[in-house]
Design a protein around this ligand. Structure first.
Ligand SMILES: [Mg+2]
Length: 440
């Protein structure tokens, strides 16, 4: 049964187990066999020496059988500021040699940044070296859609768009800005941007074969207009409007978050809001639903499969022989982090019961058989979720929370119920270590 509790300003959330920091272990503890069922218990050789016990050395710790999926915004950072509990959490997660004690990946729905840039930013904030391959951006699973990597794709978003798409494997992309430059008469909302003279129509622009929606763009009206133009013209926005093809060109999108939390006291529009606009316009104009070939970022199962694979690879690189059986996903957004972790947990149970083959046709990534048994959701109160924050998803008494999820993910209150609610990520780590019998 999921445990729910309210966030409190200080102390531990009720209903969660937040043990006190234990005293340093003594040699006598090790002689007696350590501290109970501690999975990471270190073995110590001792022998009598002049009536005293001497510690000779440590065997390596038992390998972890669990890993963490940590959200970034609202869990580790708020805007450009680190959340102090995140620094504390990493003191627990890292051993004396500066290495992680368990596999950790950072799963963010951000996408307008490079993977190595995010890793550098996190390293500076957390005081711990984060490797780029520990960072999963919302669009990272687009690497798996190799059937589109050679196609000419229109890309929408901001930041290092071309570099990002190249890193994902796309070889031939056109940005919305490049398309606007090629067809200046398409972008008409801003009067200042309208061409003073009518440019000659051009026919040398190769047709666009698909659309990548990486993250929220700036100047939404431009992106909305030009993406619509591409979809309605089957990739030839310079031509007159014929009958809009349906199904339309393939669209891959990442980051469905309606809202996200930055420095402002109230949540900000996320890419989910942009997608909502695009879907609404498309349906209104054509009478048909906008369809996605792939939707990724949390809460998509695809993203969790991708994260699970990186966790497994990390454990293998560290030489941890025991399979990773449990995942703990820590996040601040009930709709993306909690819903996603619970959906993935549900998927893991289905796979265990029915096998993965039946699920392959749904666009899910067929990966190697997984040892993962469960994925628990842990909700923190340092970001979007807060009972006292305007726009929070905490319902008033007797009311259903508003559904902030994407159109293609059904409203399921049960999936938005966290396995645990704690104040912050440090409490989340303490909770998991306690559950797993690890020293804090
Ligand atoms: Mg977040």
């Amino acid at each position: 049964m999921p445990r729910r509790a309210s966030c409190r300003a200080t102390g531990h959330a009720p209903g969660t187990t937040t043990p006190e920091r234990p005293r340093e272990p003594l040699a006598a503890d090790w002689l007696r066999g350590g501290q109970g069922p501690e999975a990471e218990r270190r073995s110590v050789h001792v022998r009598a020496s002049g009536g005293r016990m001497a510690v000779l050395g440590f065997f390596s710790a038992s390998p972890p059988t669990f890993g963490f999926l940590l959200d970034i915004d609202g869990v580790l950072v708020r805007g450009h500021r680190v959340i102090p509990a995140a620094v504390e959490a990493f003191r627990r997660l890292v051993n004396a040699q500066g290495q992680l004690r368990v596999p950790v990946v950072f799963v963010t729905n951000a996408g307008n940044i490079l993977q190595h840039g995010k890793a550098q930013e996190l390293s500076a904030l957390l005081g711990f070296k984060v490797e780029p391959d520990q960072v999963i951006l919302s669009h990272s699973p687009m690497k798996l859609f190799s059937q589109y990597h050679g196609k000419r794709m229109l890309v929408s978003g901001q930041g290092p768009l071309v570099e990002n798409t190249r890193a994902l494997g796309f070889e031939n992309v056109v940005t919305v800005d490049e398309l606007r430059m090629a067809f200046p008469v398409l972008d008409m909302v801003d009067l200042q941007r309208r061409p003073k003279t009518t440019p000659l129509p051009r026919s040398d622009f190769p047709a666009i074969e698909g659309v990548l929606l990486l993250g929220e763009p700036v100047r939404w009206e431009t992106s909305l207009q030009l993406i619509m133009d591409v979809l309605l013209s089957n990739g030839n926005p310079g031509t007159g409007l014929a009958t809009a093809p349906y199904p339309h060109l393939p669209v891959l999108a990442s980051n469905m978050d309606l809202l996200w939390m930055a420095e402002a006291r109230m949540p900000r529009f996320g890419h989910g809001t942009f997608l909502l606009c695009l879907e609404t316009i498309y349906r209104k104009v054509t009478g048909n639903e906008l369809r996605y070939e792939g939707l990724m970022g949390k809460p998509s199962i695809l993203t969790y499969q991708y994260a699970e694979d990186l966790i497994r690879q990390q454990a293998e690189r560290r030489g941890w022989a025991a399979p990773i059986q449990k995942l703990y996903a820590v996040g601040d957004n009930p709709m993306s982090d909690v819903y996603g972790a619970n959906l993935f947990h549900q998927y893991l149970q289905m796979v265990k019961h029915d096998g993965a083959e039946e699920l392959g046709a749904d666009g899910l990534w067929k990966q190697r058989p997984s040892a993962t048994q469960s994925c628990s959701s842990i909700l923190v109160c340092t970001g979007v979720y807060s009972p006292k924050t305007p726009g929070s998803t905490e319902p008033a008494q007797g009311e259903e929370p508003p559904f902030h999820g994407h159109r293609d993910f059904s409203f399921s209150p049960k999936l938005m119920e966290a396995s645990h609610i704690v104040n912050d990520v440090d409490e989340a780590v303490q909770l998991v270590f306690h559950k797993e019998g690890w020293a804090l």
